[in-house]
Design a protein around this ligand. Sequence first.
Ligand code: IMP
Ligand code: MG
Length: 174
Amino acid sequence: MYQIVSKMFTAKEIENRVKELGEQITRDYEGDDVLLVGILKGASVFVADLMRQIKADANIDFMSVSSYGTSTVSSGSVKILKDLDYDIKDKNVLIVEDIIDSGNTLKNLKDTLSTRHPKSLKLCTLLDKPQRRTCDVKVDYVGFIIEDKFIVGYGIDYADKYRNLPYIAIVEDV
Ligand code: IMP
Ligand code: MG
């Protein structure tokens, strides 16, 4: 049975790091606009906080793609369940994801969105598990690099639970 075993990042640590990411993104897009594309549902909390730390001209849209279902093992395929409302042609697009694991989700998504000819296309993830990467995908902004643990909280779930935790915690089969 999966249970929370320990805390990985406190709400304050997340807040500080999100602020730094916002400042970095603000500098990079200065004088330009950026469309943040939050990946539902996991990145919803992160993108809402990140957006408020960006002082450039920012807008928000959401996509829903299927990857894991209720399992903790990647399926390797990605399907668009909800597409963007906006046409991204000639727009600066920043995909905002909760966590990169194998990289399959973002690799597929990036390939799909680049066929729509955005002006630029970058990736931002709150958490990155580089040890688990099975495909080559460039990530432009990373909140925290973490070890290969299954984590929950701050929007991120296990079997649709724990998204409302204000901190990030490790769950294990105990
Ligand atoms: P990838 O395609 O293997 O990179 O998987 C990325 C997606 O898997 C993320 O958007 C998460 O939804 C999910 N995921 C990966 N690792 C975790 C984790 O530790 N906890 C919860 N979800 C995870
Ligand atoms: Mg996700």
